[in-house]
Design a protein around this ligand. Structure first.
Ligand code: BGP
Length: 473
C-alpha cells in the first residue's frame, strides 16, 4: 500500500504572466523581451502573441472564483518585472504592484496559497537594449532590487517563492537555438549569460535571507530524467553525459554552488567556459534554496552521438505528430525515440514513471524538499455545443502522474505540493493557443480574441475530487 499524501499537501496549479495576463501596455507596463520577440516573423506559431492572452489581468476575480469553487490549495503565478519597473532599473510603477496586491489578496481571501515566481522569462526590453540583459553583470543588481521590492511588499502574505523559472530553457532556447529572446545562436554568450543568471539567482536568495522573509524560496527547474537507449556502454555513457550537461550543470550550482567537473572540463577544452570573477563562487555557495521546484513533462532518451554527429535538431511547434527531429551535442549525446512510451501531438514522451524517477533522483542527489511547480498535458481540446469539454486523456495523464508522486512519497521523497500546468488555457510560448493545458477552457481562436469565455473541462471536476479526497479521488 501507498503512503497517504501529507495533510497540508499543496494541490495547486500554475501559470505565468506573459501567458495569461494580456494588458500588454496597460497601467504603465513596460515592454518585455517577449513583447518584442513575438513580433519577429516566423518565431511563434502563426505569429501569436500574449498582447491579450486570456485577459487574466482583467478577469483574475473570475479565475480565482473558479479556483475557489474547485477547492484549489495553491496557485503559482509569475510577476511581470516590466509591470513593476517598466524600464527594469528606474521608477517603480505603483499601478503594476496594485494588480498583484489585488490578485494575492483575492487568493488569500479564498484560502489559496500564492506561489510567486519572480522571473518567468520576461526581462524588460529596456535592459536588453541597455546592456544585453542576462549577459551583463548589472542585471544581478537590477534583478535583486526588483525581487527586494516584492519580498518586502508580500512578506507574510506569500510563503512560497520561485526565483527563476527554467533557467535551462530560457538560456538554451534563447542563446543556442534562437527560439526565445534574445534570439541568439552563440555558445560562448550562452554560457556567460547562464553564469550571470546563476549569480542573479543566488543574489536574490541571499537577499531573501538577509530580509529574513517568512517563507521558502527555490528555483523551478525543467528536469526530465535521462534513459539510455539500451545497454550499449556508449549509450549508457551518453545518458550520464546528458544528466551532467542538462541537469547537474544547473542543479549542482543551485544546491552545492559548484559546476560539475565533466561539463566544466569540456567547456574549457572548447574555450566556452564562462569567466568567473572573484567572489562568484562564494556567492553561489552562499545561497542554497529551501526547496527544488520541479517542472516535469517528460523523460529524455539518448544514445551515442559521434563527433561529427547531430547538433541543433528541430522542435515540433505545429502539433503535427512526428515533425520533431533528434538533437544533440556532437561527441556527447543525441536524443533517440523511446519505443516504450507514447507521445503527445507535439512529440513529448508521456511517462509518469519518469516523474517518480525524477523525484527520487533529485531527492537523493540534493536532499531537499521538492515542489512540483509544473506538470501537465498539452493537447487539442474540443468545446462541445453544450459547453462541456471531455478531456479524458488529460485526466488519464494527470491521474497517472499523481500516482507517481504518491509512489515517490512512499519511497521517502519529501514532496511539498503538486502544481499542474496550467490553470486556465493560456498562450503556449511557441505553439499558439491551440496547445491547451488548462482545467478551464478559454474560448480563444488562434488569431481572434473572441470573448474569452471560460468553461470547465471534465478534468476540472476530476481535480476537484482529487483535492477533496487528498489524492484518493
Ligand atoms: C514550461 C514553461 C511553461 C509552459 C510549459 C509548457 O517549459 O515553464 O511556461 O509553457 O513549459 O510548454 P509549452 O507551452 O511549450 O507546451
Amino acid at each position: 500500500t501507498l503512503d497517504a499524501f501529507p495533510d497540508n499537501f499543496l494541490w495547486g496549479s500554475a501559470s505565468a504572466a506573459y501567458q495569461v495576463e494580456g494588458a500588454a501596455k496597460e497601467d504603465g507596463k513596460g515592454e518585455s523581451v517577449w513583447d518584442r520577440f513575438v513580433q519577429i516573423p516566423g518565431k511563434t506559431y502563426k505569429g501569436t502573441t500574449g498582447d491579450v492572452a486570456v485577459d487574466h489581468y482583467h478577469r483574475y476575480k473570475e479565475d480565482v472564483a473558479l479556483m475557489a469553487e474547485q477547492g484549489l490549495k495553491a496557485y503559482r503565478f509569475s510577476v511581470a518585472w516590466s509591470r513593476i519597473i517598466p524600464d527594469g532599473d528606474g521608477e517603480v510603477n505603483e499601478k503594476g504592484l496594485e494588480f498583484y496586491d489585488k490578485l494575492i489578496d483575492e487568493l488569500l481571501a479564498h484560502g489559496i496559497e500564492p506561489v510567486l515566481t519572480l522571473y518567468h522569462w520576461d526581462i524588460p526590453q529596456a535592459l536588453q537594449d541597455k546592456y544585453g540583459g542576462w549577459e551583463s553583470r548589472q542585471v544581478i543588481e537590477d534583478f535583486t532590487r526588483y525581487a527586494d521590492i516584492l519580498f518586502q511588499r508580500y512578506n507574510n502574505k506569500v510563503k512560497y517563492w520561485v526565483s527563476l523559472n527554467e533557467q535551462n530553457i530560457f538560456i538554451m532556447l534563447g542563446y543556442r537555438m534562437a527560439a526565445h529572446p534574445p534570439n541568439v545562436v552563440d555558445e560562448k554568450r550562452m554560457y556567460q549569460a547562464n553564469h550571470i543568471a546563476n549569480l542573479a539567482n543566488a543574489s536574490v536568495i541571499r537577499r531573501f535571507r538577509e530580509l529574513d522573509i517568512n517563507g521558502q524560496i527555490g528555483p523551478s527547474f525543467a528536469y526530465g530524467p535521462t534513459y539510455a537507449l539500451d545497454s550499449h556502454p556508449l549509450n549508457q555513457l551518453a545518458a550520464e553525459n546528458n544528466e551532467a550537461f542538462n541537469a547537474h550543470w544547473w542543479m549542482d550550482v543551485y544546491v552545492f554552488g559548484e559546476y560539475p567537473k565533466v561539463v566544466w572540463k569540456y567547456l574549457e577544452r572548447k574555450g566556452l567556459a564562462p569567466a568567473i570573477e572573484e567572489g562568484d563562487m562564494a556567492l553561489l555557495k552562499s545561497a542554497k534554496p529551501d526547496f527544488m521546484g520541479l517542472n516535469y513533462y517528460q523523460t529524455a532518451t539518448v544514445e551515442h552521438n559521434p563527433i561529427d554527429g547531430v547538433s541543433s535538431g528541430k522542435m515540433n511547434t505545429s502539433g503535427k505528430k512526428g515533425s520533431s527531429e533528434a538533437s544533440g551535442l556532437p561527441g556527447v549525446f543525441k536524443t533517440a525515440d523511446n519505443p516504450y512510451v507514447e507521445q503527445t501531438d507535439w512529440d513529448w514522451d508521456i511517462d509518469p514513471v519518469g516523474l517518480r524517477i525524477a523525484l527520487r533522483r533529485i531527492d537523493s542527489r540534493y536532499n531537499l524538499p521538492i515542489m512540483i511547480t509544473e506538470n501537465g498535458l498539452g493537447a487539442y481540446d474540443k468545446l462541445e455545443e453544450d459547453g462541456s469539454i471531455h478531456d479524458d486523456y488529460r485526466i488519464d495523464f494527470l491521474r497517472k502522474h499523481v500516482k507517481a508522486v504518491q509512489e515517490a512519497i512512499t519511497d521517502g521523497v519529501n514532496v511539498l505540493g503538486y502544481c499542474t500546468w496550467s490553470y486556465t488555457d493560456l498562450l503556449s510560448w511557441l505553439n499558439g493557443y491551440q496547445k491547451r493545458y488548462g482545467f478551464v477552457y478559454v474560448d480563444r481562436e488562434e488569431l481572434d480574441e473572441k470573448e474569452l469565455k471560460r468553461y470547465k473541462k471534465d478534468s476540472y471536476f476530476w481535480y476537484k475530487k482529487v483535492i477533496e479526497t487528498n489524492g484518493k479521488e
